[in-house]
Design a protein around this ligand. Structure first.
Ligand SMILES: Nc1ncnc2c1ncn2[C@@H]1O[C@H](COP(=O)(O)OP(=O)(O)OP(=O)(O)O)[C@@H](O)[C@H]1O
Length: 477
């Protein structure tokens, strides 16, 4: 590792003995497991190199598929492209490691102490303490800023949800949002099929109606739907559309999820969404979908916002049924909501007003008994300098450490300037398939949709060159 390339090794990571560790792993102190998703396990490690000693890294290990064929070379090439992605609001993929013995894949990312799932849960558990307006707005703005960059580079996330929206802990980037898990949907077997069944539930609550209705061609608009759901959840601390997942077949019809959506937004009509008639489930499930009459509960009642307010206007545009009419990330960044007080800032976790209490969000619990194989004891528990509580128990154990108060607010926030993406030599990489100007391959069989094409025509993605929210009077660091 450290040379910027994927590193490979023929020996399996079988235990914690340093001599038997593959070379790349010897550059880290593996601390323990911090999470488990549908596709893999996430570990906390610390770098050993003198230049970056003690830097926290999150290593995601991808599980083997059941048939044991590991990760395809195509998937590996696509992951290598993700290394070129660089933006302040997108988590940095620092390295890629492939273990050839079992074709397991390890992705090393910059570590983020918090995520929106935990932040929302923290507020909900404290009972009726909503997230302050400044924090909600700053989190949302940065999420949109990162997403605008990804969409401009032809990357559709497809699985945005609160646990994938990370927020940096203390340090230079305190309170900065980082989108995680981007671009990985392409290496999974479509659509969103887990590599192995580990009992982790795939969340459908943030899934766009066109996907639920069986659309074969999705666009970046699916991410904007998810952002709308996350925005509402930040406001109310409750998932907006909490459907029960159907699991009968690999990609079952998620009727309950649609039911939850229709109950709040009313029934979609062909008048408002003309291409609805072409969607497979709309056609095939006449009895359930078209036969049922839904009362429109009213989104404003659920999120407790005035229908005339700026946040409501933005939210309703994110939750537009027709994906072609749904607001884009670039358009959302220009919305009035971000031009009125409180203005969004770079550190989303500082108090919104002088004198307001600093919230000490809990650090991630670390299970120090689980290593890459999932069983072996790693090393004796040790103090973790980033403030992580080290628990010897299973994930979910509470390891809440006290942390010092946030830095005082500063005026004059730096502009967010995304770096230009390096172009990848596709001929050299031997890749075929549809390409876009940024050198990112399109998902197989996915044509550029109107929602995406608007980005194609632009040289610089809108909203990115304009820096942080426009016309700000005062800003928080
Ligand atoms: N770079 C990172 N730094 C810190 N924690 C991370 C990082 N990336 C992921 N995590 C955390 O690890 C946990 C598991 O993440 P993972 O992406 O594997 O699963 P998930 O997002 O919860 O579910 P799924 O795999 O179904 O999308 C989550 O709590 C997530 O916030």
């Amino acid at each position: 590792m450290g040379d910027g390339n994927a590193t490979t090794n023929n020996r399996s990571v079988s235990n914690s003995n340093n001599n038997e560790k593959p070379e790349w792993l010897q550059q880290y102190n593996l601390i323990g497991k911090i999470g488990e998703g549908t596709y893999g396990l996430v570990f906390l490690a610390k770098t050993k190199s003198p230049a970056n000693r003690g830097k926290s890294i999150a290593i995601k290990k991808f599980k083997q598929s059941k048939d044991g064929d590991g990760v395809s070379p195509t998937a590996i090439r696509e992951i290598m492209l993700l290394r070129e992605i660089s933006h302040e609001n997108v988590v940095k993929l620092v390295n890629v490691h492939i273990n050839h013995a079992d074709m397991s894949l390890y992705l090393a990312f910059d570590y983020a102490e918090h995520d929106l799932y935990e932040i929302i849960r923290h507020h909900r558990d404290k009972g009726s303490h909503c997230i302050n307006q400044y924090t909600v707005k700053s989190l949302l703005w940065q999420l949109l800023n990162g997403l605008n960059y990804l969409h401009s580079n032809w990357i559709i996330h497809r699985d945005l949800k609160p646990s994938n929206i990370l927020v940096m802990g203390e340090g230079d980037e305190h309170g900065v949002v980082k989108i995680a898990d981007f671009g990985l949907a392409r290496i999974y077997q479509a659509p969103l099929k887990p590599l192995s069944d580990n009992g982790v539930v795939v969340t459908i609550w943030y899934r766009a109606p066109e996907l639920l209705l069986g659309a074969k061609h999705y666009t970046s608009a699916v991410d904007m739907w998810a952002v709308g759901c996350i925005f509402a959840e930040l406001l109310t601390l409750k998932p907006l559309f909490q459907g029960a997942e159907a699991k009968s077949t690999p990609n079952p019809f998620q009727l309950d999820q649609l039911d939850k959506i229709f109950k709040v937004l009313g029934h979609p009509t062909l008048e408002k969404w003309p291409t609805l008639a072409n969607l497979p489930h709309w056609q095939s499930d006449l009895q359930h979908i078209q036969g049922h009459k839904y009362e429109n509960t009213g989104l404003h009642n659920v999120v407790h916002l005035s229908p005339k307010s700026a946040p409501y206007d933005l939210l309703s545009k994110m939750l537009e049924y027709d994906p072609r009419k749904r607001i884009t990330a670039a358009q959302a960044l220009e919305h009035e909501y971000f031009r009125i007080e409180p203005l969004p800032g770079r550190n989303a976790l500082v108090p919104s007003q002088p004198g307001e209490k600093v919230i000490n969000y809990p650090t991630r619990p670390v299970d120090t008994n689980t290593d890459f194989e999932g069983t072996t004891s790693l090393q004796p528990p040790q103090p973790v300098s980033s403030g992580n509580a080290v628990s010897g128990g299973m994930p979910g154990g509470h390891g809440v450490a006290n942390r010092s108060a946030s830095r005082p607010m500063q005026i004059g926030m730096p502009r967010m300037q995304p770096q230009v993406m390096a172009t990848y030599n596709m001929a050299q990489a031997g890749m075929g398939g549809a390409m876009n100007p940024a050198g990112i391959p399109m998902p197989r069989g996915v044509a550029a949709q109107p929602h995406q094409q608007q980005h194609l025509r632009r040289k610089d993605p809108p909203g990115m060159g304009s820096g942080y929210p426009p016309q700000q009077k005062s800003r928080r660091q």
